[in-house]
Write a protein that binds this ligand. Structure first.
Ligand SMILES: Nc1ncnc2c1ncn2[C@@H]1O[C@H](COP(=O)(O)O)[C@@H](OP(=O)(O)O)[C@H]1O
Length: 617
């Protein structure tokens, strides 16, 4: 391995004469494999490109790098499309962005090219590939680098592509500069070509290989529909981590049309072997735009008043008499059972008066904001306190929401209040540490409380500097595939493009299964992402006979679904095999669903294939 690297460095003469020494050192590993061959020559052998997995770092670090790479690539893609994200990421004056935007609109139309297989490719496809490759090597400099990616530089090296190449280079350099993480000199056009050709590894069953589709669903991207930046990592032929950046996928379920109107778009799915699948917002912000105002009101109006009234530090709204106390978490037993605590202290006349006053204040300050949401908070104890005292109206049956939404709650009639007698505590992922910070910076989290079989939304109020683990759990919720066992209740996904997957075949399979909902047609591996969080229960894909599936079209999505509890197989029930190089070696079609539905779906697939006289097994 070492000798290959040494040879590579010798063969590599000068990526760009304009590179500053700083950039050369920063990109040293970048050109290690790329320069083993002229960039338009046949693909470098997988044995040369493979990396011995014994030298591999933990996947945690690689997952972080992959998330960073995919998120930046998503920014690049959005910047190539619209003004809005450009405005957000750019430090330029607005008038300049408006001017550039017009140019970009023109760019996009003229920069769509056709590949040899007639599929479209845009400047954003190339730019995304360059950026992902660049970021991975910047973030993991000590790792040898092997990348199996969709694009190569062949077309860009033609004379008439000079302008396109310039645009790609500008797009990449602008995105890197706007991000500001990497202090490197701008990439030259020849750097860009070299980096694109880093993606020509053959993959295979030995060592580690990154697998990238820089824009999966290019047709969806051009239509303004769904697309994904899909990045996976193979280790000894197995997918061990995957990241899907889906800039146009709503953070709320795609089935929930009302929520979607309020919800932002942009999901980042990440999965690591045996660690589960997580979904977060692509820009790291809270999921519902309209909540911001209420959170601000809460921070600047309610919190100061709570502090004044002795609710400092712990940010706890506690039933009944409470002493002024400094500790953030005290007396969790009494919090867990407020009525007992109240009873114990009720004989004290001073306590009685204090309680009366506090009740009044609570009503005024808290109910005004959270009505009819029961306010709950027991910072860092892992326990949430239901505060029945806040509910001043007669108990009524509670209506349950799938997604917590403060605005929605505020608008609900008071009749929807939970009964005061409802169980008062609920344990959710307890935080792993109790940071004793003196800084009184507050965060609110929308939490779904479970009381026995019942669920209702609430607000959890926390100090800012909670542990990383706690942040991960609250900000990046783990997702799970739908657990429906009944095919009739299941909805199914398929390609938007009829040319990519037979709609009639999946229609007949759905009919056999008794699926009632119409098919949900979306582009790209966003389907895998949506499936992993239970938006649908089945994904069926049946390309035309003879089409060979590529590993970058499925690797990231495969692990995202598998770690969320789903399964993917071909039509014969064999798991997908990513160890055979750049193509998947599979029988007709791909089926993705949950464990319980798989046998029924497989049977329906087999029956339909026989009926349609397609080769099934
Ligand atoms: N005739 C065909 N049959 C099946 N898949 C095809 C196809 N032509 C292109 N594809 C692949 O389907 C992917 C899009 O998947 P989906 O149909 O789920 O949106 C494309 O990814 P790219 O857009 O990266 O080229 C491409 O790899």
């Amino acid at each position: 391995m070492a000798s290959i690297t040494a040879v590579a460095r010798l063969v590599h003469l000068k990526p760009s004469s304009k590179l500053t020494p700083k950039f050369v050192s920063a990109t040293k590993p970048l050109f290690t494999f790329c320069t083993l061959k002229p960039s338009h020559s046949p693909i470098v052998s997988s044995s040369a490109a493979s990396v011995n997995s014994s030298t591999a770092m933990s996947y945690d670090k690689q997952l972080l790098a992959a998330k960073k790479a995919a998120s930046l690539a998503a920014l690049l893609c959005q910047a190539s499309l619209s003004l809005y994200p450009n405005y957000l990421i750019s430090r330029k004056p607005i008038w300049m962005i408006v001017l550039e935007h017009n140019v970009q609109k023109g760019l996009l139309q003229s920069d769509v090219q056709s590949k040899s297989d007639k599929s479209p490719v845009t400047v954003a496809d190339y730019g995304s590939q360059v950026l992902v490759s660049f970021v991975l090597q910047q973030e993991l400099p000590s790792q040898a680098f092997s990348l199996v990616a969709e694009e190569d530089s062949g077309d860009l090296r033609k004379e008439d592509s000079q302008e396109t190449l310039q645009r790609i280079t500008k797009l990449v350099n602008d995105t890197i500069a706007n991000d500001g993480t990497y202090k490197v000199s701008p990439l030259s056009e020849s750097d860009v070509l070299t980096i694109i050709d880093c993606g020509t590894s053959e993959g295979g069953s030995n060592g580690q290989h990154w697998v990238l589709d820089p824009i999966d669903g290019t047709k969806g991207f051009l239509r303004g529909d769904q697309y994904a930046i899909a990045l996976g990592l193979l280790d000894e032929g197995k997918v061990v981590l995957g990241v899907l950046a889906c800039p146009n996928l709503p953070l709320e379920s795609i089935n929930n049309k009302t929520q979607n109107a309020l919800s932002k778009s942009g999901c980042l799915f990440s999965a690591q072997l045996s660690c589960g699948t997580f979904m977060e917002s692509l820009d790291g912000s809270p999921p519902v735009k309209v909540l911001k105002l209420h959170i601000l009101l809460f921070l600047f109006y309610l919190i100061p008043r709570l502090h004044r009234n002795g609710y400092g530090n712990g940010i706890r709204i506690q039933y009944g008499y409470r002493k002024r106390q400094k500790s953030k978490i005290q007396d969790t037993a009494s919090q867990a059972n407020p009525s007992e605590h109240c009873a114990a202290s009720s004989h004290h006349p001073q306590a009685e008066r204090t309680r009366g006053r506090e009740r009044q204040k609570e009503r005024r300050y808290v109910a005004a904001f959270f009505r009819p949401c029961a306010v709950c908070a027991a910072a860092f104890s892992g326990q949430l306190i239901h505060h029945p005292h806040l509910h001043t109206l007669a108990p009524q049956p509670w209506t349950f929401f799938r997604q917590p939404d403060l605005l929605h709650l505020l608008r609900r009639p008071a009749a929807m209040l939970p009964p005061p007698t409802t169980a008062t505590t609920a344990s959710i992922n307890p935080p792993t540490s109790h940071p004793r910070s003196s800084r009184k910076r507050i965060e609110t989290h929308r939490i779904l409380l479970r009381y026995g079989q019942e669920t209702f939304p609430s607000i959890w109020i926390l100090h800012r500097n909670v542990s990383e683990e706690y942040r991960r759990r609250t900000r990046t919720p783990r997702v799970h595939v739908s657990n429906t066992e009944n095919p009739e209740e299941a909805s199914f996904f398929e390609s938007y493009e009829a040319a990519h997957s037979s709609h009639s075949l999946s229609g007949s399979i759905a009919k056999k299964l008794g699926v009632r909902a119409p098919p949900v047609r979306i582009d790209s591996q966003a389907k895998y992402g949506a499936l992993s969080r239970g938006d649908g229960a089945i994904y069926l894909r049946f390309p035309n006979k003879g089409y060979r599936e590529k590993i970058w079209d499925h690797a990231a999505g495969y692990i995202v679904v598998a770690e969320a509890g789903g399964v993917a197989s071909d039509a014969s029930g064999k798991p997908l095999d990513f160890s055979k190089g750049r193509y998947l070696d599979l029988d007709t079609g791909i089926i993705v669903t949950n464990q319980k539905l798989m046998p029924a779906v497989l049977k329906a697939v087999q029956d339909s294939l026989k009926e349609q006289a397609l080769p099934s097994l």
